[in-house]
Design a protein around this ligand. Structure first.
Ligand code: NAD
Length: 466
C-alpha cells in the first residue's frame, strides 16, 4: 500500500507551505491540513493567506479544493490519513523546569494524544516539528500506551529545513530530505513510504535516511551551526568597528576559502526568527540534561553573542544621537525578522524598539508586510514593557518609508527588504532634522552615496561617520 491520504496537524509556517508543495507535486495524494485555530484555517481558505511567502499564493490556488484542503476537523483528518505529520509549534518553555531553555512539548504531546485517541488502522506518524532528541520515543510511548485493537503506529522523524522568505523554493528544491526511523522491518517499510512521497519531485540521492535520534539531533545541529556562523561574523564585526577593518572585506576574504565558503557570512544587527534561538537553547538544555555543561556553555555563547550584537547596535544609536533619544523621532525601516516574510517572531526590531522606547523615543514604523496590530502586540508584550499604555503613545505606523522618516532625527534599518535598496534617500534626507542619522542594521546600503547626500551613517562592521 502506498500513501493515498496525508494529514498535517498544524497549519503554520511549516505545515501550510510543506503540504501545499506536497499537494502540488503529488496529485495522486489527498492532503488535509488541520489546525485547532479556526481563524488560521479560515485564512488558509480565503484569498489572503495567514502567512506571506513568495510563490505561496499561486501554489495554494493551484491545489486548493483539488487535492489540498484546510480544515478544523482534526479527528476526521486523522482517521482517514495513512500518514500524519505533526507540525505544531515547539516554543521555548516559559514556565517550570527548563524555563527559558527547554522546548515546550505540550502541543506535540496533545497532538500525539489526539492521534492515539481517534486513529483507526495502520498509521505512519511523522515528527515534522523541531524537537529535542528522543521526542519520538515520547510520542511512541503515548501512542502505544493508548493503543486500541486494529491500530498500529510507526513514528518517523522528518525535520524541516525550509527558511522563511524562501519556503516554497526551499521545499521545491531542498538541499536534502532527512528521514529517521526504527531500523526494524516495520520501521524501514514506513521510511520507504515517506521516501515514496518525496520521490515525486526530489531526486533519490537527496533523500537521506538514518536512525531516529541522529535525525532529531541533525536538525538541532544544523540550526546551531547556522546561528553560530552568524554570531561568528557578528563578533568579527565588533572588532572591525573598533579597528577600522571592514567586515564585508573580511567576510569576503574568509569566505573565499573553499573550506569555509561564502554563504551566511552577512554581519547584521543579529539573527531573529522563531527557530535559531529556540533550537540552540534546546541543544543547550539537552547538553545540560546529559551532564555536558562544557558543551552547553559552548553553544550558549552563540545566543549571548546575538544579544550582545543587538544591545551594541542600540547603544551606538543612543551614543550618536548625543546620548539621548528621549522625545526624538526615530524612523524604523522594517519590523519582520528578515525580508520576504511577515513573521516577527524574535525579530531584532523588537529588541531595538524596546530599548529606544525605554528611553522615551517616538518610533515611526514602516514595514511592507507587517501590520500595525502585530507590531503593537509585539511591543506591548509583558516581557517587552511594563508600561504598555506609554508604549502605545510613542508609536506611529506608516504606509511609506517617506512619511515614516519625515521630521525624524534618525532612520534605523532593521530588516533587509529589497525596496530599501531603491529608495530616494536624497528626498528622505531633505525631510529629516539635521544632522540626519542613518543606522544600517543590515549593512545593505551604499555608505559612500549616503555620506555624499549628507547623512551621518553608522553601519554594522565599519567605522563610517565623518
Ligand atoms: P506555527 O506556530 O506557525 O504553527 C503551528 C500551528 O500548530 C499553529 O497554527 C497552532 O494553532 C497549531 N497547533 C498546535 N497544536 C495543535 C493541535 N494539537 N492540533 C492542531 N493544530 C495545532 O509554527 P511553525 O513556524 O509552523 O513551526 C512548526 C514547527 O516546525 C516548530 O517545531 C518549528 O520549530 C519547526 N520549524 C519551523 C520553521 C520555520 O521557519 N518557521 C522551519 C523549520 C522547522
Amino acid at each position: 500500500m502506498m500513501i493515498k491520504k496525508i494529514c498535517c496537524l498544524g497549519a503554520g509556517y511549516v505545515g501550510g507551505p510543506t503540504c501545499t508543495v506536497i499537494a502540488l507535486k503529488c496529485p495522486d495524494i489527498q492532503v488535509v491540513v488541520v489546525d485547532k485555530s479556526e481563524t488560521r484555517i479560515q485564512q488558509w481558505n480565503s484569498a489572503i493567506l495567514p502567512i506571506y511567502e513568495p510563490g505561496l499564493d499561486e501554489a495554494v490556488k493551484k491545489s486548493r479544493g483539488r487535492n489540498l484542503f484546510f480544515s478544523t476537523d482534526v479527528d476526521s483528518a486523522i482517521k482517514e490519513a495513512d500518514l500524519i505529520f505533526i507540525s505544531v509549534n515547539t516554543p521555548t518553555k516559559t514556565y517550570g523546569f527548563g524555563k527559558g531553555r527547554a522546548a515546550d512539548l505540550r502541543y506535540v504531546e496533545a497532538a500525539a494524544r489526539r492521534i492515539a485517541e481517534v486513529a483507526v488502522g495502520k498509521k505512519i506518524v511523522v515528527e515534522k516539528s523541531t524537537v529535542p532528541v528522543k521526542a519520538a520515543e515520547s510520542i511512541n510511548k503515548i501512542l502505544r500506551a493508548n493503543m486500541r485493537p486494529n491500530v498500529s503506529f510507526q513514528v518517523l522523524s522528518n525535520p524541516e529545513f525550509l527558511a522563511e522568505g524562501s519556503a516554497v523554493n526551499d521545499l521545491l528544491n531542498p538541499d536534502r530530505i532527512l528521514i529517521g526511523g526504527d531500523q526494524t522491518s516495520e520501521g524501514k517499510e514506513a521510511i520507504e513510504k515517506l521516501c515514496w512521497v518525496y520521490k515525486h519531485w526530489i531526486p533519490e540521492k537527496k533523500i537521506i535516511t538514518m536512525n531516529t535520534w541522529s535525525s532529531e539531533l541533525s536538525k538541532l545541529a544544523a540550526n546551531a551551526f547556522l546561528a553560530q556562523r552568524i554570531s561568528s561574523i557578528n563578533a568579527i564585526s565588533a572588532v572591525c568597528e573598533a579597528t577600522g577593518a571592514c567586515v564585508s572585506e573580511v567576510a569576503h576574504a574568509v569566505g573565499t576559502d573553499s573550506r569555509i565558503g561564502p554563504k551566511f557570512l552577512q554581519a547584521s544587527v543579529g539573527f531573529g526568527g522563531s527557530c535559531f534561538q529556540k533550537d540552540v537553547l534546546n541543544l543547550v538544555y539537552l547538553c545540560e540534561c546529559l551532564n555536558l555543561p562544557e558543551v552547553a556553555n559552548y553553544w550558549y555563547q552563540v545566543i549571548e553573542m546575538n544579544q550582545f550584537q543587538r544591545t551594541r547596535f542600540v547603544r551606538r544609536i543612543t551614543e550618536k544621537l548625543f546620548n539621548t533619544v528621549t522625545d526624538k523621532k526615530i524612523a524604523i525601516f522594517g519590523f519582520a525578522f528578515k525580508k520576504d516574510t511577515g513573521d516577527t517572531r524574535e525579530s531584532a526590531a523588537i529588541y531595538v524598539c524596546k530599548h529606544l522606547l525605554e528611553e522615551g523615543a517616538h518610533l515611526s514604523i514602516y514595514d511592507p508586510k507587517v501590520n500595525a496590530q502585530q507590531i503593537i502586540h509585539d511591543l506591548t508584550r509583558p516581557d517587552i514593557t511594563e508600561e504598555p499604555e506609554k508604549v502605545l503613545q510613542l508609536l506611529s505606523f506608516h504606509q511609506t518609508p517617506y512619511s515614516a522618516s519625515e521630521g525624524a532625527h534618525a532612520v534605523v534599518i532593521c530588516t533587509e527588504w529589497d525596496e530599501f535598496l531603491h529608495l530616494d534617500y536624497k528626498k528622505i534626507y531633505n525631510s529629516m532634522l539635521k544632522p540626519a542619522f542613518l543606522f544600517d542594521g543590515r549593512k545593505m546600503l551604499n555608505v559612500e552615496e549616503l555620506l555624499a547626500i549628507g547623512f551621518q551613517v553608522e553601519t554594522i562592521g565599519r567605522k563610517t561617520t565623518r
